[in-house]
Ligand binder design. Structure first.
Ligand code: ATP
Ligand code: PAF
Ligand code: BAL
Length: 282
């Protein structure tokens, strides 16, 4: 398992694999890896001959008041996890390697990014689409793996690949949770003990919503109302949004008459966390 810092090194390695007729999977991450990331690496290792894990805290997807500086980083720990899960390379570039002097081309999207996290993080998806396009061009993978925890991101990437005719299969992987239900996230490390306890209200709200859907509730405002009530009962939690949207378009719907995503974001103290469920997974 190698940690490489430059685009040329990744390209040379992938070229060598291609010459041997091997398939390549890509797992894009921002590092500080946990079992959620590990499940993506496992899936890639299962489906492909070789797996590249990118480990890059992408400045372009952070707004000016967001946590770019404090985002946790530990490449040695990450390297161990990638090796244990059968990854072959970690691509861990410096920002200057990805964004050279004079960089001025962007990949952006309308519609799907004007809802949910896109409303609270207006520059986020332009940064994600741009960096993921670059990673796709650098690695040229057969398949790329994304977690359903970032459900809107998964929909945006699928749409981008379709719009721009990128010849890459996008695989969505289930949310991995802590034993008590909290969705695993690198940002969980920001939580104090009391906040960690309070953060459980998010997964509890997800399970409550799933239960209502299972029992046949079709009225989105009834489901959202109960989930919000639960989150609001936790004094350390502040809701950013709880919404139900069409899976493909990310536009809000009022009745569960098609495959839908129920997504939420909430601040626990100053840490913004997300969670969700897809009705088709209930
Ligand atoms: N709990 C999880 N289950 C499944 N996939 C996950 C989980 N957490 C992250 N991922 C996926 O891993 C990939 C890289 O995500 P990222 O590095 O931002 O991790 P993260 O833990 O979500 O970090 P953050 O705290 O920034 O949200 C994304 O495709 C994301 O959806
Ligand atoms: C896809 C991604 C690696 C792009 O920086 C990031 O948004 C993430 O970690 O989900
Ligand atoms: N997993 C999404 C990365 C971000 O929040 O910027």
């Amino acid at each position: 398992m190698k940690v490489v810092k430059t685009i040329d090194e990744v390209r040379a390695q992938v070229r060598e694999w291609r010459a041997q007729g091997l398939t390549v999977g890509l797992v894009p991450t921002m590092g500080y890896l946990h079992e959620g990331h590990a499940s993506l690496i496992d899936a890639s290792h299962r489906d492909n001959d070789r797996t590249v894990v990118s480990d890059f805290v992408n400045p372009m997807q952070f707004g000016p008041t967001e946590d770019l500086e404090s985002y946790p980083r530990d490449i040695e720990r990450d390297a161990k996890l990638v090796e244990e899960h059968g990854g072959d390379i970690i691509f861990n570039p410096e920002p200057s390697e990805m964004y050279h002097e004079g960089f001025s081309s962007f990949v952006d999207m309308t519609v799907l990014t004007q809802e949910l996290c896109g409303l609270s993080r207006p520059v986020h998806f332009r940064g994600v689409c741009t960096v993921v396009s670059k990673l796709f061009n650098i690695v040229k993978p057969d398949r790329a793996y994304f977690g359903k925890k970032d459900a809107q991101q998964l929909a945006v990437i699928r749409h981008m690949v379709d719009d721009l005719n990128m010849d890459i299969e996008i695989i969505g992987c289930p949310i991995v949770r802590e034993a008590d239900g909290l969705a695993k996230s690198s940002r969980n490390t920001y939580l104090s003990e009391a906040e960690r306890e309070a953060a459980l209200v998010l997964s509890k709200a997800v399970f409550l919503g799933m239960d209502m859907v299972k029992k046949g509730e079709k009225d989105c405002s009834a489901i959202i109302g109960e989930m919000k009530k639960l989150i609001e009962s936790e004094p350390l939690a502040r809701i950013d949004y709880v919404k139900i949207v069409d899976c493909a378009t990310m536009q809000q719907i009022t009745c569960l008459d098609r495959p839908a995503l129920c997504a939420m974001a909430a601040y626990i103290g100053s840490t913004r966390l997300i969670d969700n469920f897809f009705t088709e997974d209930v």
